[in-house]
Design a protein around this ligand. Structure first.
Ligand code: KIV
Ligand code: ZN
Length: 521
C-alpha cells in the first residue's frame, strides 16, 4: 500500500447483502439499484451487492448493481465452492471494478458443528478457493468467518494461505458480536505482524452488534491497523445488525484529531442515504439512534437549549448540516416555482439524474397546496418516494371515507386496475381498515387474492397539525411480500397510497422471478 493510502479507511458497504439478511429487509432489484446508486453518490469504496449463488433474485441484483455503478468495487459473496465462485464471477462481469468475497469459517465451533471439517481441510479449501477466484478476478477478498472466536495461530496460518493464493484484502469478522474492543485491536496488531505478506494486503473489519459494540470494535480494529470497515446503512443486518455506516464514518470524521484518518464518504449524503433505506425496507431507525435518529440533534433540557443558542459548541459535537440533515426550516411554499424547487433539491443533495422531475415537482405542488409550510424533511420524503419506482398496475383515483361515533367507518374508492377502473365500498374496524377492505375487494374483482397486512406503521414527519403522516405497510401474498410507503398530510390518504404502492410491488415481484429466501451465512 502507498504511504498516502495509509490515512484512508475504505468503506465497504454490505447493506445489500448482510443488511438484507435483517428480518423484513428483503429488497427487490429496483430497490437494490436505488440503494446502490445512492451508495455510489455517498462515496463508498466497495459495494457487496449480494450472494449470487443463493438465489436467482440475488444473482440478478448483483448483475444489475454491477452494471449500474462506476467508482465502487462491486462484489458478490461466495463460499469456498466452485459453483459459488463461478456464479459470483459471472454476476459481476459487467462491473467496471469487479471483485469477489470468498469466506469460510475458522473457529473450532464452526468447524466441528457446522462444516464438519478439520483445520487442515478448511485451510486447504481457503487457499484453493482464493486461487480459483484469482484466476478470474484481481480483487479477491478473503474472510475467516467467526475469526474473533478462532484460535489466533490457526487464523494466522489460514490467512498465510489466503495471501499466498493471491487475496488482496483479508477480513477478520466478529461474526457473533462477541469481541471486546481492546481484544479486537490486539488481534489486528497480531495478525498484521504474524501473517506472511500481511503488510501487502488491506486488513478489513466486519463486526456484528450483538453486544452493542460493533462500532467500537470497528474503530478498535482501525487502531490495530485495519483500513477497511464493513458496515451497513442504519446498521441493519443479521440479528442485532452490523456496524452502522453513518456512526463509524462520523466517529472517524468528528474525532479526526484522535484517529488522523479519513474516508471517501461525502458525509452530507448520509441522512439522505439513511432515509432512502428506511423508505425501501420500511424499517424505521430508533428515535435516539446516533446521527440519523429523530432526536440525534434535538435539545430538550432548558439548560442545553440555552447553551446551544449561545454557542452550538456547548452541546453539539457535530453540525446536522454535516450529515445533510435538513434544518427543518421553511423552504418553499405553493408559489415556489420549478427552479426554486430544483435549486433546493440540489442544495440538500437530493437531486440525481434519474429523478423524474415532473413527478417530483407535481408531488411537491400537490403537497404545497395542502400544507402551508413545506419543510426540507418533506422534500426528503417526496424524493425518497420518487426514487423507487415499479410499474403501476394499480392506481388510487379517488377515496372518500366516513366515520362517526354511532356508525361503523366506511370507505368508498375508485381505483385503476390495469386499463380498467373499478369502484368499491367497504366498512371496517376503523377508517384505515375500511379503506384496506375496499382496496382488497377491488383486487378480488379482478381475480386477484387478498394479501395479508403484516405490518402497518404510521409516523409524523415534521411537526404541527398539518404535518405529513408517513405510512409504511407490509403486504404478503404467499411467499412474496412487499413494503409500500407514502406520505401525505392526511394519514388515511397516505395509508391508501402505501397499500397501493405495496400492491404494485407485490404484482411486480410475482410477475418477475420471485426472490427466494437469501441463504446468507
Ligand atoms: O458475519 C460474517 O462473518 C459475515 C462473513 C460472510 C463476512 O458476514
Ligand atoms: Zn456478517
Amino acid at each position: 500500500m502507498e504511504e498516502r493510502e495509509e490515512s484512508v479507511v475504505h468503506v465497504f458497504d454490505t447493506t445489500l447483502r448482510d443488511g438484507e439478511q435483517s428480518p423484513g429487509a428483503t429488497m427487490n432489484v429496483e430497490e437494490k439499484l436505488a440503494v446502490a446508486r445512492q451508495l455510489e453518490e455517498l462515496g463508498v469504496d466497495v459495494i457487496e451487492a449480494g450472494f449470487a449463488v443463493s438465489s436467482e433474485g440475488d444473482f440478478a441484483s448483483v448483475q444489475a448493481v454491477a452494471a449500474a455503478v462506476g467508482r465502487p468495487v462491486v462484489l458478490s459473496l461466495a463460499r469456498t465452492k466452485e459453483a459459488d465462485i463461478l456464479r459470483a464471477v459471472r454476476a459481476v462481469e459487467k462491473a467496471k471494478r469487479p471483485g469477489i468475497h470468498v469466506f469460510i469459517a475458522t473457529s473450532d465451533i464452526h468447524l466441528r458443528h457446522k462444516l464438519m471439517m478439520s483445520r487442515e481441510q478448511v485451510k486447504e479449501a481457503a487457499g484453493w478457493a482464493v486461487e480459483l477466484a484469482r484466476k478470474h478476478l484481481e480483487h479477491v477478498e478473503f474472510s475467516a468467518e467467526d475469526a474473533s472466536r478462532s484460535d489466533r495461530d490457526y487464523l494466522v496460518s489460514v490467512f498465510d494461505e489466503a495471501v499466498r493464493a493471491g487475496a488482496s484484502v483479508l477480513n477478520v469478522p466478529d461474526t457473533t458480536g462477541y469481541a471486546i474492543p481492546e481484544q479486537t485491536q490486539a488481534l489486528f496488531e497480531y495478525l498484521r505482524t504474524h501473517v506472511a505478506g500481511g503488510d501487502r494486503v488491506r486488513w478489513s473489519t466486519h463486526c456484528h452488534n450483538d453486544l452493542g459494540m460493533a462500532v467500537a470494535n470497528s474503530l478498535a480494529a482501525v487502531r490495530g491497523g485495519a483500513r477497511q470497515i464493513e458496515c451497513t446503512l442504519n446498521g441493519i443486518g443479521e440479528r442485532a445488525g452490523n456496524t452502522s455506516l453513518e456512526e463509524v464514518v462520523m466517529a472517524l470524521e468528528t474525532r479526526a484529531d484522535y484517529f488522523a484518518l479519513r474516508t471517501n464518504v461525502k458525509t452530507e449524503q448520509l441522512y439522505r442515504a439513511s432515509r432512502l433505506l428506511t423508505q425501501v425496507t420500511g424499517i424505521e431507525v430508533p428515535i435516539n439512534k446516533p446521527i440519523v435518529g429523530e432526536n440525534a440533534f434535538a435539545h430538550e433540557a432548558g439548560v442545553h437549549q440555552d447553551g446551544v443558542l449561545k454557542n452550538t459548541l456547548t452541546y453539539e459535537i457535530m453540525r446536522p448540516e454535516r450529515i445533510g440533515r435538513p434544518s427543518n426550516s421553511l423552504v418553499l411554499g405553493k408559489h415556489s416555482g420549478r427552479h426554486a424547487f430544483l435549486d433546493r433539491l440540489k442544495t440538500l443533495g437530493l437531486w440525481y439524474p434519474e429523478l423524474d422531475m415532473n413527478k417530483a415537482f407535481a408531488a411537491f405542488k400537490a403537497l404545497a397546496d395542502k400544507k402551508k409550510n413545506v419543510y426540507d424533511e418533506d422534500l426528503v420524503a417526496i424524493v425518497a418516494e420518487e426514487s423507487v419506482r415499479v410499474p403501476k398496475q394499480y392506481e388510487l383515483i379517488d377515496l372518500e371515507t366516513s366515520s362517526s361515533t354511532s356508525a361503523s367507518p366506511r370507505a368508498r374508492l375508485r381505483v385503476r386496475v390495469g386499463e380498467a377502473t373499478v369502484e368499491t365500498e367497504a366498512s371496517g374496524d376503523g377508517v384505515v381498515d375500511a379503506t384496506y377492505n375496499a382496496l382488497a375487494s377491488a383486487i378480488e374483482r379482478f381475480g386477484g387474492s387478498r394479501p395479508t397486512l403484516e405490518r402497518y406503521v404510521v409516523k409524523a414527519i415534521t411537526g404541527g397539525t398539518d404535518a405529513q403522516g408517513e405510512v409504511s405497510c407490509l403486504l404478503r401474498d404467499g411467499e412474496t411480500s412487499a413494503i409500500g410507503q407514502s406520505s401525505a398530510t392526511d394519514i388515511i390518504v397516505a395509508s391508501a397510497h402505501a397499500y397501493v404502492a405495496a400492491l404494485n410491488k407485490l404484482q411486480y415481484l410475482k410477475a418477475h422471478r420471485p426472490l427466494e429466501a437469501n441463504h446468507g451465512p
